[in-house]
Design a protein around this ligand. Structure first.
Ligand code: HEC
Length: 145
């Protein structure tokens, strides 16, 4: 009986609308191809307007979580809005510093995302390359300010 109720409830929540938007974006981020490749593989699904919405993002209740995470992630760091960051070297430098922090403490990409997306599991060497790029670019922007 509980099983039937649960099944019906699970079917019913699929009908609630969940936003899966991809607003327009511009490619203004300048970085070596290897770095862009890593960011696309490991970060863009949440931190850009080029989200490839995965199958589980269409299944409630995961859809709610994924949608909320992507909105929150875009609000904090959105590679599609890099042009706006770049217009103020201080802002761009700060964002790059945060990227280096998050990657070196292994907080990003989040573990549950790495679990579901093997291509987002960066090797130690890849992470070091990404951190090196973020830190050196951050310093360069700050000193040219
Ligand atoms: C599954 C979605 C997802 C992926 C993939 C992801 N992030 Fe995040 N990221 C988030 C969320 C959600 C937040 C905000 C909440 C938090 O800090 O945990 C965030 C926050 C951040 C912040 C801001 C922290 C702050 O203090 O404001 C940075 C920087 C960041 N992520 C970098 C990255 C980088 C670099 C990658 C790729 C290596 C990445 N993220 C991959 C979801 C994601």
């Amino acid at each position: 009986m509980a099983g039937i109720f649960f099944g019906v409830a699970l079917a019913a929540i699929q009908l609630l609308p969940v936003p899966h938007t991809n607003p327009p974006w511009n490619a203004s981020l300048q970085a070596p191809d290897a770095v862009i490749g890593m960011l696309k593989r490991a970060c863009y699904d949440c931190h850009s307007n080029q989200t490839r919405w995965p199958w589980y993002s269409h299944v409630a209740p995961f859809s709610w979580l994924v949608s909320r995470h992507v909105m929150e992630a875009r609000r904090r760091l959105n590679f599609s809005e890099w042009e706006a960051y770049a217009s103020d070297p201080e802002t761009a430098s700060h964002k790059l510093g945060e990227i280096a922090d998050q990657v070196s403490s292994a907080k990003m990409a989040p573990w549950y995302y790495r679990l579901m997306h093997p291509e987002a599991r960066l090797t130690l060497a890849e992470r070091q390359k990404l951190i090196g790029w973020a830190m050196s670019t951050s310093t360069r922007l700050r000193s040219s300010d």
